[in-house]
Design a protein around this ligand. Structure first.
Ligand code: ADP
Length: 359
């Protein structure tokens, strides 16, 4: 029978594929027990949305089954964002991810709601803060028009729907199409209130849907709290990608320094509603070319597809409406890559607690 030491030594040869450190050093192994020819253990991931679960499982099994006398591996999973309480910008919220774009109408809000739903589908606890103060479209996309958040003491309770916690400037307007005429300092104050006074509870991810461009709100956000990073949504035509560059510069600015977690290209190939064949309307690959040029990750491309628009207009985003569809799978892939980048950046900034190896 293998000993506990042999099992730990074998597990210490398995690297987290994203962070490139071994599972034991990273403190990801728990509850190891050996009974005759079976090793049982729990692997604690930094996010339930970990895209590399299958790889980790295979590597753990290979390492343990190579030990003499071991025939079975019983692997259980757990997920715990290992960001310590004092490093959390908002108490209880492990990662705050900004979603920005250079210009309006590129599908930033659409991407935000579907990514949030895809992350939640993995078991992650997810919130959306709709900070697109000039065009708060998240309530419409989630079927929450007319919803009014309740106050509790001096906190505001977010609205809960489809497994998400949601707060939006749209909830504060009398009518959805009321214009917001506040100026910079008031806007900044409202955003701070949303970040600090909303009772978000425990969240793995808070996605912040920013207004397009580099105005008061995006600047206030990056200057108020440390972000896990920013995602920039672009469309493939040249103008949008050039403006996308400016947005990235703002996040990376010297006094803000939010890492770019990646670029998402939206409305890439057009999906024909009849034959479902994709057609590149603009030259393909604009988003990826931008990512390469700027040396930031490319998270993936979404098609221009009427089902995406219809879902948003009907208040049932495609990931909620048809979770098994290829479109929902595309969002799940994007969400997995995003989760991987968040974990990696957290590790790079040592926002994760790393267990020290035994002497
Ligand atoms: P933004 O937040 O960047 O202003 P929205 O998310 O509000 O943009 O999207 C603008 C419009 O485009 C909406 O009507 C939305 O349904 C539609 N849309 C967004 N992405 C797609 C897509 N990939 N395919 C089809 N329609 C889309």
């Amino acid at each position: 029978m293998a000993t506990q030491e042999q099992v730990m030594a074998a597990l210490a040869t398995v690297d987290d594929p994203e962070i490139h450190k071994d599972l034991v050093t990273l403190g990801m192994v728990r509850d190891v027990s050996i009974a005759e020819d079976t090793v049982a253990l729990t692997v604690v991931l930094t996010t339930p949305a970990c895209p590399l679960k299958a790889t980790i499982q295979k590597d753990v099994e290979n390492a343990l089954l190579a030990l003499e006398g071991i025939r079975n591996v019983k692997l259980a999973w757990d997920a715990k964002p290992r960001v310590s309480a004092e490093q959390q910008a908002i108490p209880g919220v492990a990662s705050v991810v900004a979603i920005g774009s250079g210009k309006g109408g590129v599908g930033k809000s659409t991407v935000t709601v579907n990514l949030a739903l895809a992350l939640a589908a993995t078991g992650a606890r997810v919130g959306i803060l709709d900070a697109d103060i000039y065009g708060p479209s998240i309530p419409l996309m989630l079927g929450l028009e007319g919803a009014r958040p309740m106050g509790q003491g001096n906190t505001i309770l977010p609205i809960e729907t489809m497994g998400l916690k949601v707060m939006s400037m749209g909830f504060m307007l009398e009518k959805a199409d009321d214009p917001v005429i506040w100026r910079g300092p008031i806007l900044a104050g409202v955003l701070r209130q949303f970040l600090q006074q909303v009772a978000w509870g425990e969240l793995d991810y808070l996605l912040v849907d920013l207004p397009p461009g580099t105005g008061d709100i995006p600047l206030t956000l990056v200057q108020t709290i440390p972000l896990s990073g920013a995602v920039v949504v672009v469309t493939p035509e040249r103008v949008a990608t050039a403006i996308g560059t400016k947005t990235m510069r703002m996040f990376q600015g010297s006094n803000t320094k939010a890492p770019i977690l990646g670029i998402i290209e939206n409305m890439g190939a057009f999906t024909c509603p009849h034959c479902l064949e994709p057609t590149e309307i603009f030259d393909g690959g604009g988003g990826e070319a931008l990512a390469n040029r700027e040396d930031v990750p490319f998270l993936g491309s979404l098609p221009l597809d009427a089902r995406i628009r219809r879902g948003s207009d009907a208040g049932r985003p495609v990931v909620a409406e048809d979770p098994e569809s290829p479109l929902a799978r595309t969002f799940a892939d994007l969400a997995g890559r995003l989760a991987g980048r968040v974990s990696l950046e957290a590790y790079r900034n040592r926002r994760v607690e790393v267990a020290l190896p035994m002497a």
